[in-house]
Design a protein around this ligand. Structure first.
Ligand SMILES: [Zn+2]
Length: 325
């Protein structure tokens, strides 16, 4: 299986050498690639998983091309050469990262003398409920740290390739559980930065920051609009006409709200401070017309209709139409 997979990659392309490259050229190229993609750059500039896969490719290519017998065999079977490799995408990414880094450096900073290697921050999305956003919560995270392989940490890059423990990567990924308090009053898209609570950075030799991006989970009735919440509340015609006190849902439970007599369809009530982080909650009244009536109800409604002193609601409309020429 492994052999078939290998033969589909262009080892010369992966190592960035010509097809007639000498062993020395292949060696030099490998050394350069090791500097760019080796385990020591893990978790700092590249997505570790992609990095591991790509470094594996480099090792595979190196292993074959440095072995004269294997190389001869490979040359025979690999005339259909494809330049499709993860490495191409990765090179693009590295070029972009370098550019961004250069841009960042170009900006004047308060502490220009600082030449310490900054540990790469780890960005994680976290979804929380509205209740958690209002009250705060404690969340558990699993963070994967690259941990140097004891077997080969002191060995030279090329010797690392022979390491059976880590398959030449130079490190293991080790999960670590972290518990973090989220303060009350969080909003959607808030970013919380927790100093040195992120992933271990092999290159910097310290923990990076953890940046938590807050996402608010959708609520079945409460719609989020910045700090404000919107909610449509169905009420009966009796509640709307006579006024009443109803219960409305809030992020943390429910609250009583007074409806004025003769409340119109679509009227909005504002509940101050019941949104997120001091925002308001807006309650829109939706008057529900009964779906069936008993004979007795029909009789009473007819009686109410006779008693009604309201003008014809369409009168104004037709008055206006009559004045159109
Ligand atoms: Zn190892």
């Amino acid at each position: 299986m492994e052999q078939t997979k290998k033969s589909h990659k262009d080892f010369y392309y992966i190592l960035g050498v010509e097809h007639d490259a000498t062993s020395q050229e292949i060696q030099n190229s490998y050394n350069d690639l090791y500097e760019k993609f080796g385990p020591h750059v893990a978790a700092s500039t590249i997505d570790p998983e992609q990095q591991a896969r790509t470094f594996r490719e480099i090792c595979d290519a190196y292993e074959v091309l440095m072995n004269p017998e294997a190389r001869k065999e490979y040359d025979k079977t690999s005339h259909t050469i494809r330049q499709t490799s993860d490495i191409r995408a990765l090179w693009g990414k590295i070029a972009r990262d370098k550019e961004n880094e250069a841009k960042k450096r170009a900006r004047p900073t308060a502490d220009m003398d600082q030449v310490q290697v900054q540990a790469q921050a780890l960005l994680m999305d976290i979804e929380i409920s509205l209740k958690e956003a209002v009250k705060g919560t404690r969340k558990q995270f699993i963070i994967t740290d690259p941990t140097p392989c004891e077997n080969c940490v002191t060995k030279k890059p090329l010797e690392r390739m022979q390491c059976d423990s880590c398959r030449g990567l130079g490190y293991f990924n080790v999960d670590r559980s972290v518990e973090i308090d989220l303060p009350p009053g969080l909003l959607d898209n808030t970013e919380l930065r927790k100093t040195a609570l992120g992933r271990w950075d092999l290159r910097a030799g310290k923990y990076g920051d953890l940046i938590l991006k807050i996402r608010l989970r959708e609520h079945p009735f409460l719609k989020v609009d910045g700090k404000d919440l919107h909610c449509v509340i169905p009420v009966t015609i009796y509640e709307a006409m006579l006024g009443s006190e109803i219960q409305v849902p809030t992020p943390t439970g429910k609250v009583a709200m007074k409806i004025q007599p003769l409340t119109q369809q679509g009227r909005t009530y504002r509940l101050k401070g019941l949104g997120l982080a001091g925002g308001d909650m807006h309650v829109v009244i939706d008057v529900i017309i009964p779906k069936r009536l008993t004979g007795e109800e029909v009789k009473l409604y007819r009686r109410l209709q006779q008693l009604c002193e309201e003008p014809n609601p369409r009168q104004e409309m037709f008055d206006k139409l009559a004045n159109l020429h």
